[in-house]
Design a protein around this ligand. Sequence first.
Ligand code: GTP
Ligand code: SPV
Ligand code: MN
Length: 602
Amino acid sequence: MALTKHQELNEWVDKMAQLCQPDKIVLIDGSEAQKQQLTEEACSTGELIKLDQEKLPGCLLHRTAANDVARVENLTYICTRLKDDAGPNNNWMSPEEGYRRAGEIFEGSMKGRTMYVIPFCMGPVSSPFSKIGVELTDSIYVVLNMLIMTRVGKDVLEALGTGGEYSKCLHGKEELNANKRLILHFPEDNTIWSVGSGYGGNVLLGKKCLALRIASFLARKEMWLAEHMLILGIEDPTGRIDYIAAAFPSACGKTNLAMLVPPEGLKKKGYRIWTVGDDIAWMRIDTDGKLWGINPEKGFFGVAPGTNSKTNPNCMTTIKKNTIYTNVVLNPDGTVWWEGCDDEPVAEGALDWLGQPWKPGMKDKDGKEILGAQANSRFTAPIEQCPTHSYRLEHHHGVNISAIVFGGRRAHLAPLIYQSFDWSHGVYVGATMASERTAAQYGKQGEVRRDPMAMLPFCGYNMADYFEHWLRMGVRMRWQPKIFHVNWFRQDENGEYLWPGYGENLRVLEWILARCRNEVEGVKTAIGFIPYLKDIDMTGLDVSKDKMKKLFEIDPQAWKKEAEDIVEFFQKFGNRMPLELWAQHEALNRRLDELGGTKLKG
Ligand code: GTP
Ligand code: SPV
Ligand code: MN
């Protein structure tokens, strides 16, 4: 019997099966029974470990290979016909070379294994926002993660019909050998080939590969935006909800902000937070001329270390059941542990993320503390388990976005918050973002790198064209969201964070909303508007005036230096770089000369 009613899809699956030579092909139907059966199978082979089913019902643990713990930007390629279309922001290979090189690795790689066929939808099934993909994989871990992260199964095939369009996604674990690892995107063919990895963003192909790299390419053609952004709603006591979309680089606070709990001091104001998404936003201009966004995912693939009941209580509730943990510590009682969770580590009998006996305080031969959980260890959990999940998650055109917030991890330079002067300047602020590298990707941790709109690793085409696209989107909107920049990570001279962050960030969001509603004035500085101190509600929070001054300090010398770094970055794009952004750059330099640094005002 044919696999599906979609003839061309069946033929593609056959062709890929001929290449990979699996023993069996199994269609994933989204049913609970099939999920249970696959879970049992993976537990019997050790691919997954069942956790204590009373304390953590439906929860599983997975350990990746030791060399396979994060996205691999150096092995990630955009395979367009023309190298320039991939741009200096991407690694490039010609499509021929890509198919040939990966094809050699895929060849016969599924012998003795099963190939699972996962029809999935990014966004509510049948929404005009949504895109369908089909992922072929030989990993049950991938199947079970995709069941949490995306909409999978029969109704997706139904929506696809006999000839609908879909992204062709092929994944194979092969030997999990870093020398045989490639993450390839063929945007002109709507195709993704990923081989040799079993880790998150490399293999859950609906996520970064489709929903950002391929989708950003499609979004430019179709005039919408596919962004590395959380979306959250803030409801005030009158029932008005304003939605904010925010782009921070990997492991820089999207999940935390998306699930924010109002701090004690602001509780009596009666805000309610609604979580729409924590990683990806797809946004379109609707007939009302406003920007509307959906979260194309339906689960979280979030960072474990540092997650606890103080920093993110909603998240802790979310991950108590039906959650897959990756690369955390296994306690002897079948529960899990990670650095910065609620509990003390157990003294005896725990296994670290590699499955080795581990005790707190253990040191390696250089005297460095051995982490129990991998620094980029994660949890996969359904969004509907989040106490604050938005009731509009299934709404086919999402929520109206009032503000766009960019932000990075900057120990120095960037103030707590500033607002761009207008849309074009806001695009410049996004395009000139920079952040310190985190454990979410291989590379030197802590090094500041330019990461425009938090999309450097995820833009599926030449970023100069992407900036142009952002500028054009602004022109097409009748009501443009206001654009802001935040930095929760500024430090004092002792390396201590100046701002307490997490729930307290609501105080900054309040100012953002007040600005969107034209309720407060801003102080004009060289880089944008900053708040009058009186307009940030500090009830119940003790941050000294001196610290506040440091948080808002704008050092013209340091900014001049930053401006030079920006020139170097922009120049990489040659004459493809929009002139508008060069004009914005000159304007910044001029303002730095004229206005100098900050004068903090009451
Ligand atoms: P990806 O899933 O990789 O895209 O990351 P993300 O942006 O969702 O990052 P996440 O919210 O998981 O935060 C990553 C790290 O930043 C965690 O260790 C958090 O504890 C820390 N963090 C988040 N918000 C704040 C904050 O406001 N202040 C400080 N100091 N740390 C924060
Ligand atoms: C990120 O690195 O930005 C993530 C995790 O959200 S991954 O899915 O691995 O890309
Ligand atoms: Mn991310």
